[in-house]
Design a protein around this ligand. Structure first.
Ligand SMILES: Cc1ncc(C[n+]2csc(CCOP(=O)(O)OP(=O)(O)O)c2C)c(N)n1
Length: 338
């Protein structure tokens, strides 16, 4: 054990059984968080090698929020991940090959090399593409939730927004609309300490971003976003409420952005002690400690999972590097309406 592992802050929320999670579920959550982290490490390496055009955003340190919340959805539900939510795309089954192909601008990527690297989804898996204008995915998800209500499909829409994004007009309009019509929407507010270089206390006067829910007359919760069990439990409860026709819920997930806004940003404006404090709350290390204490993650199992992830990412990287760029003659196909 390293000194960091010894200092890990134990999970203090509900136990996994109380949250309705089995030992296999915990192993899945561990796998998806580690897969997300390892994939993002790989993209950083590809970026530093000059193989990738555009910015590289990371969810390092906050993988648990997207993984645990999207894990609480049913197979027919819809999710709208943003830049810190790669884990949600992975949980929905978008492959490492597809993601690396997207990052490297290949024809085999979900947007077929027509986008920078960010705006990809997969409607067949219920994953909406991000919209760059922050907040815009909330009215979009409210629309999905409205369709679900009108068609009686009982699908739930799960949207994410950063702390900074809660200050947009679209946040207000989308959430108010969903609340007024009692739509099946769950909104995860990822409070990761900073909106680019602006600390939360400098852009909003609330103690907790969960307080925003009162303005819309909807229930809320504030959870430790680096506790996957607590985040899963709160989201599952909100998803059930939404599915039962009881309208939207806002969940503040408290977490921390362990990198700069993107890799071109060295985060020099973040006091160093915050990184040290949040390192002790690392969502992967905390879940691993929880599982190890209960005999649910043997050294062998952990090594196997890590080897599986390495193989998956190595396979995807070499496959993508061999795969073609889009044909320039077709570059506008699928970009503009015919
Ligand atoms: C409406 C809008 N304003 C500004 C931007 C530029 N921008 C992109 S990310 C970002 C910071 C977002 O911070 P936050 O919502 O807290 O999310 P985080 O990056 O911390 O996950 C800004 C200002 C944008 N994309 N959309």
């Amino acid at each position: 054990m390293t000194s960091i592992e010894q200092e890990i802050i134990p999970l203090a929320g509900p136990g996994h059984e109380q949250a309705g999670l089995t030992a296999d579920d915990l192993l899945q959550l561990y796998y998806f968080m580690q897969l997300t982290r390892s994939l993002e490490d790989r993209v950083r390496a590809l970026y530093l090698q000059g193989k990738l055009v555009g910015a590289v955003y990371s969810s390092r340190g906050q993988e648990g929020t997207a993984v645990a919340s999207s894990y609480a959805l049913g197979p027919d539900d819809v999710v709208a991940p943003l830049i810190r939510d790669l884990g949600a795309s992975m949980v929905r089954g978008i492959s490492a090959r597809a993601i690396i192909a997207q990052w490297l601008g290949r024809e085999a990527g979900p947007s077929r090399g027509r986008d920078g690297n960010l705006h990809f989804g997969d409607l067949s898996r219920g994953v909406l593409s991000p919209v760059s204008m922050l907040g815009a995915t909330i009215p979009l998800c409210a629309g999905v939730a409205l369709a679900s209500k009108q068609r009686g499909t009982r699908q739930v829409a799960l949207a994410y927004i950063g702390d900074g994004g809660t200050n947009t007009g679209d946040f207000h309009e989308g959430l108010n609309f969903a609340a007024a019509l009692h739509l099946p929407l769950v909104l995860i507010v990822e409070n990761n300490g900073y909106a680019y270089s602006t600390p939360v206390a400098a852009h909003v006067a609330l103690q907790s971003l969960a307080e925003r829910a009162a303005a819309y007359g909807i229930p809320s919760a504030s959870v430790d976003g680096n506790d996957v069990i607590a985040t899963y439990a709160a989201t599952r409860e909100a998803v059930e409420r939404a599915r039962n026709g009881e309208g939207p819920t806002l969940i503040e997930a408290c977490t921390f952005r362990m990198r700069g806004h993107a890799e071109h940003d060295d985060a020099s404006y973040v006091p160093r002690h915050l990184f040290e404090e949040w390192e002790r709350r690392d969502p992967i290390a905390r879940l691993a400690a929880y599982m190890q204490e209960r005999g649910m993650l043997s050294a062998e199992n952990r090594a196997k999972t890590e080897a599986r992830i390495r193989a998956e990412i190595d396979d995807a990287t070499s496959w993508v590097e061999e795969s073609p760029m889009p044909d320039a003659a077709t570059q506008t196909a699928g970009v503009y309406a015919d």
